[in-house]
Design a protein around this ligand. Structure first.
Ligand code: GLU
Length: 457
């Protein structure tokens, strides 16, 4: 996909090669005593680019993790950060583990030991390499990692910035947990603000009442589906999970399904919806928008011709293979690529990192000042017009932005601008025939400039 973008760019082949190459990769094998027996764990941390530091990207805990996957995902982080103007390099980590097989204490032991390896080898620090949650990891793991780093480097005043996605009471930022899902929502909202783009997908109107199929009700899928159905009026007509799919043409309640999964560890038996054993088949169901929010390579050459969605929003990393991408494009299916659609996570990670190195919550200094100014404006309006300002209007005017408001505003702005960058590139160049090519061209241009500026040529 990157090569395709490079092929239509006027780029020095040496620079192209430098951009594509993965800078370094660390493989770790370490023992942890589990239930009286030593188990050996294998993990990786790949750093794809260091033109900007720290290098940034999640750590996944999954049984299928391997070095190629980690390197590819690290590369995707480089492009993702460039597209949304997050001034970081790209990195990714992974550990071969099925987290469901270990209890909380065991997971803590394994995570802390993994962190120790990363720190000792120079693959984790606030200045150079900052992990975040990914598949199989979350706030809990990030808190353990930050604490392990803090104990190893108590003199590092910025220790809290060594990972992002931490719990709010341990240096996390409000809005990070749902950030990737929010970003998916904001990306779709922005897409639907452009009628010509909407028409290209053979759709019309706004995001409301659009029929959506979503794959994966993990952190990203759950929040995206929840926000789109509760706030934009979209209908979630199917949810695909690892053990099957639920279908309801009238729209599923995402919150109910999510609660059912948490309680029962399966979607089987969920009342009030049709259950389909073969979940993958449901990807092919007729719908307006398909949101793959689970694993990679879910839409491949074997099923691409049967996909009926008009628009695919890649909430997962790499859910559409290269072959499938070509086939879908020939059929006029529009794809909003992963490097853009799911960049909300790393965007808010950037905000968290800034919060950590500035040691202050966003909004702390100016919130009351903004409120005061709002009150003064309202009072002045009332005095000069003799008209009473309506209470709800007054409330909006006099409310100072808190951290969550600012995070949302920053994320929304980021997703809007990135879409507009891709769009304007497409308008000026027929060779840029998809949003994916546009996303990569935008990213590669920025990275190339940065490489040239620092003297890699
Ligand atoms: N794991 C997420 C991703 O793939 C977030 C990375 C981050 O916040 O650094 O984009």
């Amino acid at each position: 996909m990157v090569d395709r973008a490079i092929s239509i760019m006027d780029l020095d082949p040496g620079i192209a090669g430098a951009i594509k190459a993965c800078n370094s990769v660390l493989q770790m094998r370490f023992p942890v005593k589990i239930r009286g027996k030593l188990e050996i764990f294998t993990g990786w941390r790949a750093v794809h680019s260091t033109h900007r530091l720290p290098a940034k990207g999640g750590i996944r805990f999954a049984p299928g993790v391997n070095q190629d996957e980690v390197e590819a995902l690290a590369a995707l982080m480089t492009f993702k950060c460039a597209i949304v103007d997050v001034p970081f390099g790209g990195s990714k980590g992974g550990l071969i583990i099925d987290p469901r097989k270990y209890d909380r204490d065991e997971m803590q032991q394994i995570t802390r030991r993994f962190t120790l390896e990363l720190v000792r080898k120079g693959f984790l620090s606030p200045a150079t390499n900052v992990p975040a949650p990914d598949m199989g990891t979350g706030q809990r793991e990030m808190a353990w990692m930050a604490d392990t780093y803090k104990h190893l480097h108590p003199e590092d005043i910025n220790y809290a910035a060594c990972v992002t996605g931490k719990p709010v009471h341990h240096g996390g930022i409000r809005g990070r947990t749902e950030a990737t899902g929010r970003g998916v929502q904001y990306a779709l909202r922005e897409y639907f603000r452009h009628p010509d783009d909407v028409k290209a997908a053979n759709l019309e109107g706004g995001l409301g009442a659009k029929r959506i199929v979503i794959q994966g009700l993990g952190n990203v899928g759950y929040h995206a589906a929840k926000f789109l159905s509760e706030e934009d009026g979209s209908k979630i007509i199917a949810i695909i999970e690892r053990d099957g799919a639920l279908i309801d043409e009238d729209g599923l309640s995402v919150e109910d399904v999510y609660r059912y999964i948490v309680e029962n560890k399966t979607i089987k038996g969920y009342p009030g919806a049709r259950f389909v054993e073969e979940g993958a088949k449901v990807l092919e169901m007729d719908c307006d928008i398909l949101i793959p929010a689970a694993l990679e390579a879910q839409i491949h050459e074997g099923n691409a011709d049967r996909i009926q969605a008009r628009l695919i929003a890649e909430a997962a990393n790499g859910p559409v293979t290269y072959g499938a991408d070509q086939k879908l494009q020939q059929r006029g299916v529009i794809i909003l690529p992963d490097a853009y659609v799911n960049a909300g996570g790393v965007t808010v990670s950037y905000f968290e990192w800034i919060r950590n190195i500035s040691h202050i919550r966003f909004g702390r200094m100016q919130r009351r000042q903004d409120e005061l100014r709002g009150h003064q404006i309202a009072a002045m309006l009332e005095e000069h017009t003799g008209v009473h300002v309506a209470e709800d209007l007054k409330e909006n005017l006099t409310r100072g932005a808190d951290e969550l408001d600012l995070v949302r505003s920053g994320l929304d702005d980021t997703m809007r601008l990135a879409f507009q960058d891709m769009k304007s590139l497409r308008l000026g160049n027929e060779q840029v025939d998809s949003y994916r090519v546009a996303a990569y061209v935008v990213a590669i241009k920025k990275i190339a400039t940065s490489y040239i500026d620092i003297g890699v040529y």
